[in-house]
Design a protein around this ligand. Structure first.
Ligand code: NAD
Length: 299
């Protein structure tokens, strides 16, 4: 296995968090501004609890304020909407993230719609989705969903310009697949979005110079689906049973086999995963700057 084929997202994310920390310190020194991120967790989903804990810790480590709101599983939609409104109006809060999934009695869309788009650091509000798809730049540029933003950073860091490359995104979710496709279009790639109804998916995938897998099926993408030399971004996070009954995390790509064919590939864990929280911090910094009328730093 060739080490230089591995795209080390863990190391890149650590560097990004360091740059964010430096910029946050500069904002505090020069403008007296400390970006604040509010994370709301409803219920006791164990994976969500881990995510929220990590987000809070990394926010504080970057020198930003973290506000955690843990609500009981029986919280009503109105109670959650009231909290969102309070956070929208709180000047110490620059970014709001409501951890998904939410319990059944709460409509996710209603909550996403209620978040002030300027504080929507997940980038899920229709205003941000629309601005991403129209390519809005400058002061009204969108806040971009964290996972695809992390993927595009890794790709540009590895390949430089992406212009003219064939990109295939497998998966069409609002959280990963669709915003990923938009970001690749913005980078002047020729983009195909494949999904569960795509015919002859292996042939579609084999046309890709950049292959992004965001499906949620362990090891689905085989070595012979990959064009020799292609760059493979594995977004999948799948828990499977490992040796001795212990569970482990694998991606959507059969990584060991794919490594022989691909030019570069993100491992799971240690590839895209660590980029997501780093990009959440980046979005919080960006949101804080825009709210204060300060040009956000290039990270
Ligand atoms: P999702 O379930 O919302 O979407 C999955 C997509 O895969 C769908 O669009 C569907 O059409 C497509 N799909 C399903 N079966 C398919 C098949 N057999 N062939 C082709 N396409 C198929 O999932 P999501 O939220 O987009 O997440 C996808 C994966 O990425 C999951 O494993 C998730 O855990 C992971 N994820 C990772 C991060 C991260 O931080 N690294 C963040 C979000 C999601």
């Amino acid at each position: 296995m060739s080490e230089d084929k591995i795209i080390d997202g863990k190391a890149f994310a650590a560097g990004l968090r360091e740059r964010i920390g430096r910029e946050a310190a500069r904002l505090k020194a020069e403008h007296g501004l400390v970006p604040g991120l509010a994370v709301v967790l409803v219920g006791e989903n164990p994976a969500s609890q881990v995510y929220v804990r990590n987000k809070a810790r990394q926010t504080a480590e970057a020198g930003m304020r973290s506000f955690e709101h843990k609500l009981p599983p029986e919280t009503s939609q109105d109670e959650l909407l009231n909290l969102v409104e309070k956070l929208n109006n709180d000047p110490a809060v620059n970014g709001i993230l409501v951890q998904l999934p939410l319990p059944d009695q709460i409509a996710e869309q209603a909550v996403i719609d209620a978040i002030d788009p300027a504080k929507d650091v997940d980038g899920f509000h229709v205003i941000n989705v629309g601005r991403l798809s129209t390519g809005t730049t400058g002061a009204s540029a969108p806040l971009v969903p964290c996972t695809p933003l992390g993927c595009i950073m890794l790709l540009k860091n590895r390949l430089g310009s992406l212009s003219g490359l064939n990109a295939v995104v497998i998966g069409r979710s609002n959280i990963v697949g669709k915003p990923m496709a938009q970001l690749l279009i913005k980078e002047s790639c020729t983009v195909t979005v494949a999904h569960s109804r795509t015919r002859d998916l292996p042939a579609v995938a084999r046309a890709a110079d950049i292959l992004v897998a965001a499906v949620g099926r362990p090891g689905m993408i085989k070595a012979d689906w990959i064009k020799p030399g292609a760059t493979v971004i594995d977004v999948g996070i799948n828990r499977v049973e490992g040796e001795g009954g212990k569970s482990r995390i694998v991606g959507d790509v059969d990584t060991q086999a794919a490594m022989a064919v691909a030019g570069a590939i993100t491992p799971v864990p240690g590839g895209v995963g660590p980029m997501t929280i780093a990009c959440l911090l980046a979005n919080t910094l960006t949101a804080a700057c825009r709210q204060a009328g300060i040009e956000p730093p290039v990270l």
